[in-house]
Design a protein around this ligand. Structure first.
Ligand SMILES: Nc1ncnc2c1ncn2[C@@H]1O[C@H](COP(=O)(O)OP(=O)(O)OP(=O)(O)O)[C@@H](O)[C@H]1O
Ligand SMILES: [Mg+2]
Length: 247
């Protein structure tokens, strides 16, 4: 459903992605893991048509995002929560998005209910929302057109434990209904319980693609594979850590 092939992207001196390839089949949850600056968001932004790749392809249901006939119904996207207009209410934000996609107002009420935002909360301005409320609003917007694939960049940021459990259940049930879910996260434990496959990247390259069932200790594998990757040799401004400096 989601196919990333040989994706390459450079920002000036920084090689953000170098030949990244992996798939997310329908009904699968794939966890996308890697240290800060590894290239996860860049990859997801290319998939959502927000950044142009230098080389390679990123397609959903066989098409690049910008060529999808019904983009919102094919790929639901949550890439951070900064893009919301702070002066609009949550309700207005979703209504505008529904209008732009030709969806009925009923869908707005349904997704608000699905993400657990109350009517009173939906009538408040987004600028007054907590981080967790903004995440819920972002997830509601991603779900509006009932998409067949979902891309979520660190959606558990700011969610309380109930919210994290709720999101895990929501993603599980979507996947059971055939949705392909690509989820970037730093929560290794949550990902190991939720995803069938994990893709680990470091310095813009895939370090491993593993079936979760084949990885007895995801944390151990993560640290083993990414040790050194967080030094980001493609970023000359970052000093190389001295061995033994941190205890
Ligand atoms: N618009 C941009 N201009 C210049 N450099 C960029 C831009 N976007 C990303 N980068 C660089 O590309 C690299 C990959 O960044 P990216 O945001 O994809 O990492 P990430 O894996 O999402 O990290 P995090 O876990 O911190 O969210 C980093 O070195 C980053 O500084
Ligand atoms: Mg990121």
């Amino acid at each position: 459903m989601i196919e990333i092939e040989n994706l390459t992207k450079r920002f000036g001196a920084v090689q953000a992605l170098q030949g990244v390839s992996f798939d997310v089949p329908a009904g699968h949850i794939v966890g996308f893991l890697g240290p800060n600056g590894a290239g996860k968001s860049t990859c997801l932004r290319i998939l959502a048509g927000l950044v142009h790749a230098d080389a390679g392809t990123a397609t959903v249901a066989g098409h690049p995002y910008r060529d999808l006939p019904h983009a919102g119904a094919t790929l639901g996207v949550l890439l951070g929560t900064e893009s919301f207009h702070p002066g609009r209410t949550g309700l207005e934000t979703l209504r505008l998005s529904a209008l732009a996609q030709g969806l009925s107002g009923d869908r707005v009420a349904q997704v608000l209910d699905e993400v657990g935002l109350t009517t009173a909360e939906a009538r408040r301005r987004v600028g007054q929302y907590s981080l967790g409320m903004r995440q819920r609003l972002g997830i509601a917007r991603a779900l509006l057109a009932d998409p067949s694939a979902l891309v979520l960049d660190e959606p558990t940021n700011g969610l309380d434990p109930q919210g994290q459990r709720w999101l895990a259940e929501l993603l599980r049930s979507r996947a059971q209904r055939g949705c392909a879910v690509l989820l970037s996260s730093h929560q290794l434990h949550d990902v190991s319980r939720l995803a069938q496959t994990v893709v680990m990247i470091g310095d813009g390259q895939v370090l491993a693609t593993s079936a979760v069932a084949d990885v007895p200790d995801l944390e151990e594998q993560y640290f083993r594979l990414t040790s050194g990757a967080d030094r980001a040799p493609n970023n000359p401004q970052q000093p190389t850590p001295t061995t033994g400096a941190v205890r």
